[in-house]
Design a protein around this ligand. Structure first.
Ligand code: ATP
Ligand code: MG
Length: 259
């Protein structure tokens, strides 16, 4: 084999090997809306089995980045690979769960009917799986309640159950605990921790500092960019800050916190 061909083969093999060690990988990923650079050149790597937190203020591009990763948006430039596939890709969807920032539930259906619906979309017909999910999110006693009559926190729990119906190996959670009380927030994180222990990789967006502490690694976002990355401890150490909020301001150039 000619030397240049060999190098190409080696390069391709190395590239393949990298994809297998990562669950999410983006290169120079951009998504612009007219003049708004919502995502503006993100290089992100999420490893199997980790909980990765996207931390950033309102408008920093977290939701847009997640929507690119689940294939709901096409990039303006760059590329995203999820579970080894170039996105957008419908094949990946059966392995990916997405809990949106605004609850994507049918308000006039009951919790059970919503679960049945999402189950059918993903070809899950096992009633025991649906019951298991109701138990997981502690809504078994509200299975027959119409979603519109639930409290905000209960709707978030129902959304989580629907996002998990097909047992995804990769879960995107867009600000999953916004608007819910501290006790329920802890319960949610216990669910996420358990899922993570079972091998589910989680990408979660937040602007709540104490939540960031639950993540293995964090990406600090501002104006469509990930400006720093590492565990909460690493970020504090590297910036010489005593709190994560100070570390965030130090890496992102200050000018307003996480809000
Ligand atoms: N479909 C769209 N059309 C036009 N602009 C958009 C669209 N989606 C997002 N944007 C803009 O992109 C920027 C990033 O928005 P995005 O929702 O990704 O931020 P975010 O970090 O999730 O914010 P938040 O914390 O408030 O949820 C914002 O300026 C927003 O107005
Ligand atoms: Mg958002």
């Amino acid at each position: 084999m000619a030397r240049s061909c060999q190098s190409v083969v080696v390069l391709c093999e190395a590239k393949e090997a990298t994809w297998h060690r990562t669950v999410v990988e983006t290169r120079e990923l951009k998504r612009h809306f007219g003049k708004i650079r919502a995502v503006d050149g993100v290089d992100l790597t999420v490893r199997p089995g980790e909980t990765y937190g996207l931390l950033g203020p309102n408008g920093s591009g977290k939701t847009t980045l997640i929507r690119l990763l689940v294939g709901l948006l096409k990039p303006t430039a760059g590329e995203a690979r999820v579970l080894g596939k170039l996105m957008p890709n419908k094949e990946v969807l059966s392995q990916v769960g997405y809990m949106t920032q605004a609850d994507a539930l049918y308000q006039d259906l009951t919790v059970w009917e919503n679960l049945l619906f999402f189950g059918r979309v993903y070809g899950v017909s096992s009633r025991s799986r649906l019951h298991e999910l109701l138990e997981l999110v502690e809504l078994a006693d509200r299975a027959n309640s119409v979603v519109a009559t639930l409290s905000g926190g209960m709707r978030r729990r129902a959304s989580l159950a629907c996002a998990l119906v097909h047992s995804p190996v990769l879960l995107f959670l867009d600000e999953p605990t916004v608007g819910i009380d501290p006790q329920l927030r802890m319960t949610f994180w216990k669910h996420f921790y358990r899922l993570n222990q079972e091998g589910v990789t989680i990408v979660v967006s937040s602007h709540v500092m104490d939540e960031a502490e639950h993540c293995h690694r964090l990406g600090l976002m501002r104006q469509g960019l990930i400006l720093a990355e590492g565990s909460a401890d690493e970020l504090r150490q590297r910036s010489g800050a005593s709190t994560l909020e100070e570390a965030f301001l130090s890496f992102t150039g200050g000018g307003g916190g996480l809000g």
